[in-house]
Ligand binder design. Structure first.
Ligand code: ADP
Ligand code: MG
Length: 315
């Protein structure tokens, strides 16, 4: 017998380790009721993942659960927010208990890492679609935005770029050495701690979901500036360099997307504080903000590099 809607909620989604005392009412009533701590603002982010669009439906359900929360946490990271609560709107074609349990375990394990409580949601029948909303706290006046980059600021990126796109491109490969690249797509690590560390230091932050060119482009547009990118500094993983030629790796790094690293800017007088970020995660300087609008990608010999892609857009 397939589980009914209410059994799914009670037996699967109500079973979680996290029990926060700022949740006055969680799953089970008509609405959740929560408390934002004094001196903080509430940050909200939402993302929908559609089967066949954002992930292949034969991806492991635990990975789908993990990833649907991770991409949301990445948005909170880019604001410097501390995750607190999550809501989940789930549309599934059928009540498949083992799929649901695996999905929930992937989502809940990541939630538990950040003491994030699932406080409510919705369930409907239809083509697989997952909408997650995360709620987090920001100390008042410490909000990291896209719009504060100034000419002269350095541009930085955490981690390495292009791995998720490389993993997707090699999805059918069974060779073990592609596993790490694929995992960069299925299990992105939200840079929450890096977001905390950038509070009061970065002039702008964005998470790279649609590719560096597209997402850095958002910073440039919001901040009314341009930038020069040093192609030689693009952080490429050993795995991508081993499996793809430099040209392909650079293209995936510039326009691949799905990496969920943080791209941020900071002025030169913050360099000492910035260098302490290495305690939290690896990062490199990849360019500089300029007054002249537009993005210029420069090769080591000074020649301009023209990327073929410009990031993913649904419309
Ligand atoms: P209503 O009919 O009042 O909208 P529902 O029957 O949809 O309420 O949901 C009952 C309770 O279960 C609510 O507290 C709701 O937030 C929660 N809930 C429903 N679906 C989910 C889900 N997928 N994950 C977590 N909580 C859920
Ligand atoms: Mg109701």
């Amino acid at each position: 017998m397939p589980l009914s809607e209410f059994e799914i909620i009670r037996q699967i989604f109500q079973q979680q380790k996290v029990d926060r005392n700022d949740v006055l009412l969680g799953i089970g009533d008509d609405a959740a009721v929560t408390k934002v701590p004094e001196g903080h603002e509430l940050a909200l982010a939402m993302d929908t993942l559609i089967g066949g669009v954002h992930f292949s439906e034969n991806m492991k359900p635990a990975d789908i659960g993990y990833r649907s929360l991770a991409v949301n946490l990445s948005d909170l990271a880019a604001m410097g927010a501390e995750p607190a609560w999550v809501t989940l709107a789930l549309t599934i074609p059928e009540s498949n208990e083992s799929w649901l349990r695996a999905f929930a375990s992937g989502l809940m394990s990541l939630a538990a890492q950040y003491n994030l409580q699932l406080i409510g949601g919705d369930m409907t029948r239809g083509a697989l679609s997952i909408t997650v909303q995360v709620h987090g706290f920001l100390p008042t006046k410490q909000i990291l935005v896209r719009s504060g980059a100034h000419p002269g600021d350095s541009i930085y990126i955490t981690g390495t770029l292009g791995d998720a796109a490389a993993g997707l491109a090699s999805w059918q490969q069974t060779d073990k050495s592609f596993a790490w690249l694929k995992q960069r797509f299925t299990r992105p690590v939200p840079r929450i701690e890096a977001g905390f560390a950038l509070r009061g230091i970065a002039t702008s932050v964005i998470d790279v979901s649609d590719g560096l060119i597209a997402d850095l482009g958002h910073i440039l547009e919001s901040s009314n500036v341009g930038a020069k990118l040093k192609m030689a500094n693009l952080p490429l993983s050993l795995a991508i360099c081993e499996k793809f030629d430099l040209e392909q790796a650079r293209e995936m790094a510039l326009s691949g997307g799905d990496d969920y690293e943080l791209c941020f800017t900071a002025p030169s007088n913050k360099q000492e504080q910035i260098s302490k970020l290495v305690k939290v995660c690896q990062f490199v300087e990849i360019g500089v903000i300029e007054a002249e609008p537009g993005l210029r990608c420069l090769l080591p010999d000074g020649a301009q590099y023209d990327s073929v892609g410009s990031g993913f857009q649904h419309f």
